[in-house]
Design a protein around this ligand. Sequence first.
Ligand code: ZN
Ligand code: ZN
Length: 280
Amino acid sequence: MKKNILLGAHVSISKGFDKAIEEGEKIGCTAIQIFTKSNRSWFAKKISDEEIENFKESLKNSQIKSVVAHASYLINLGSSKKEIEKKSIKSLETELERCEKLGIPILVLHPGAHLNQGEEKCIKQIAKNLDSILKKYSKTKIALETTAGQGTNVGYKFEQIKKIRSLCKQKNKIGACIDTCHIFSAGYNISTPESYKKTIKNFIKIIGLRNLKAIHLNDSKTDFGSRKDRHANIGKGKIPKKTFELIMNDKHFSKIPKILETPIKSEYPKEIKLLRKMVK
Ligand SMILES: [Zn+2]
Ligand SMILES: [Zn+2]
């Protein structure tokens, strides 16, 4: 159903949480993603009751049917540096608290980077930390984002996300987020209808459709398998436009929020229109 599509973009909270809703509406979103605080800081001042109320009220009266949050880029639960690991745990707890207060059901998180300690150890550490953190939260779920595998990032293979989940007792509070740019860069072919189908089938087999919580719609500036995380606007990168048409019409994803994180934000209204038009 064309009118029920959950489609939108990452919008700014710099002018207030309620203003993010307004911005989303203005550019044609039915779904939005926000940072609940600056993405470049570990912590933030508390959200006031008034801010929460205004946000919930604006959301209720808007065309936005889905809100997901994205955690700070600084957080690395798999860091080999103890200081960073500790700070990451505290910071993620802050993020989950903020999401629960705002009533946001999904928090997208980059799994982590191993730096020099190896992927295996990193994955176990992420799982251990997620398990102890998630014990304290029951409303907001974590969606581990598939990564491009840049640097020492883990999460560039579906099996790694599965591994983190399967090591957690709290696995029902952990889902996944597919980023089209990242999986393409990580070496999952999505350039033809056949390869797209195969990749999605693979995701469903390994991670499971019910665990998919969000999709990031980004084109890729760099080549297939480049292991680089460089987003491009839709149709301006190396992923065929046709692939986005396949996603927009994929029955598996009809209830999944689809979010643009493309670099030129003034293009959002045009991109949203384009993607909406692709739906048959
Ligand atoms: Zn993303
Ligand atoms: Zn990215």
